[in-house]
Write a protein that binds this ligand. Structure first.
Ligand code: XLS
Ligand code: NI
Ligand code: NI
Length: 436
């Protein structure tokens, strides 16, 4: 069979090598806090950026050289792409991949034709998964590219479009199930709005909740046991995306009886757009037992949109791993590179440089986070900082036994609160830097 990435061997861990096509930190079998790195991260390659990205932007056309892709919307082109994708993922050594239905199979003239195309490609994906051992981290449906979704999908004003979206998710779920997908993702796409003059927000949110319950009913009917994941994003393409951030999503989940059915897929660049750090979003999800998976990338603080760059900042990955290690990893989710090479990085080899850099950044972040955790630097400080709630009146507050009147009596008797202690933020920042 033709090789699509000739001259590129399987990427190996070789920390001493000067060859840029080797891992310097990601060593799949190395143990971090009792887990092999490959099981801790569960790295995934995304089909849309890596195999469907063209490098086009609003100011210029495609730049990326993808010699295996004839640029057509044909099924045969899509089938060849599967071969290229699996060669890439195998050589990289990522255990997972993920897709939108329309990334893997072309949109046809009718709904039935779409499904037929999808089945044909899924058959090949299944064979390739078996041949290589690469697994599907998650599937999802593209409910935003086609013009029919201009007003949204589950939150559209057009009942036919709602039905179309439901039928499309039904099929995408079935294909995800057929391919043994570990999760199913719902990123909001066009679920949001630009202007309330033309929008019934209550009705749209009710439809979204109905849609999610219908999806869950179907998952049960076909025996799909994977997790559903919302992917928060505050804006883009709409001005107000309903799934703004982890907190907004969890509010929606809780208010609509979706607890335990839907967790979160947290994306770095989306956290930035929401005005949060990634560490905040991860921790918010984790403490609510809702940290399901990660879309790893990074934005640019000087640009206000979803630039989806590969993550290379070790400070960022260290913070992420500090949270991830607290919950002993991310399984059944993973770390999916929802990231794209810049349009100037147009050669196929750039895909390797990008992913190797991301995987190494996480591996290094994990080693640093594990060292910080081993020494207990942050944990001990935080525990001590809240110790007034471990004894005496503080304990009464924590156990829910104190009333306002009790607080009044306690503090009147005492006259003044105990003196505060320093938060030592700068000291802790310095300590963290000693590990980097
Ligand atoms: C877009 C999202 C998208 C989801 C999958 O901003 O990140 O790529 O991950 O629909
Ligand atoms: Ni994403
Ligand atoms: Ni994104």
């Amino acid at each position: 069979m033709a090789e699509f990435f000739p001259n590129i061997p399987k990427i190996e861990y070789d920390p001493k090598s000067k060859n840029p096509l080797t891992f310097k930190h990601y060593n799949p079998d190395e143990i971090i806090e009792g887990q092999k790195m490959k099981d801790l991260f569960r790295f995934s390659v995304c089909y849309w950026h890596t195999f469907r990205g063209t490098g086009s932007d609003p100011f210029g056309s495609a730049t990326l050289q993808r010699p295996w892709d004839d640029g057509s919307n044909s099924v045969s082109n899509a089938l060849t792409r599967v071969d290229a994708a699996f060669e890439f993922i195998s050589k990289l050594g990522a255990p997972f991949y993920c897709w939108h239905d329309r990334d893997i199979a072309p949109e046809g003239a009718t709904f039935k034709e779409n499904n037929k195309n999808l089945d044909e490609i899924a058959k090949k994906l299944k064979a390739k998964q078996r041949e290589t051992g690469i697994k599907l981290l998650w599937g999802t449906a593209n409910l935003f590219s086609h013009p029919r979704y201009m007003h949204g999908a589950a939150t559209t004003c057009n009942a036919d479009v709602f039905a179309y979206a439901a039928a499309q998710v039904k099929k995408a779920l079935e294909v995800t199930h057929e391919l043994g997908g570990a999760n199913y993702v719902f990123w909001g796409g066009r679920e949001g709005y630009h202007n309330l003059y033309n929008t019934d927000m209550k009705r749209e949110l009710d439809h979204l909740a109905k849609f999610m319950h219908m999806a869950h009913d179907h998952a049960k009917a076909i025996g799909f046991k994977g997790m559903f994941l919302f992917e928060p994003k505050p804006k883009e393409p709409t001005k107000h995306q309903y799934d703004f951030d982890a907190a907004a999503c969890l509010n929606f989940i809780g208010r609509n009886g979706l607890d335990g059915i839907v967790k979160l897929n947290i994306e770095t660049n989306h956290a930035t757009l929401a005005g949060h750090t990634m560490m905040h979003e991860l921790e918010y999800a984790r403490i609510h037992n809702a940290l399901g998976s990660i879309d790893a990338n990074t934005g640019d603080l000087l640009l206000g949109w979803d630039t989806d760059q590969f993550p290379t900042d070790i400070y960022l990955t260290t913070q992420m791993m500090l949270v991830l290690l607290k919950q002993k990893g991310i399984k059944p989710g993973g770390v999916n590179f929802d990231a794209k090479v810049r349009r100037e990085s147009f050669e196929p080899v750039d895909l390797f440089h990008a992913h190797i850099g991301g995987m190494d950044a996480f591996a290094r972040g994990a080693k640093i986070a594990a060292a910080i955790r081993k020494d207990g630097v942050l944990d001990d400080f935080v525990k001590t900082r809240y110790r007034s709630f471990d004894t005496a009146f503080g304990k009464k507050i924590d156990s829910g036994k104190a009333t306002f009147a009790d607080c009044e009596k306690y503090i009147s008797d005492k006259g003044e609160a105990a003196p505060n202690e320093s938060g030592r933020q700068e000291y802790l920042e310095n300590v963290i830097n000693t590990y980097l």
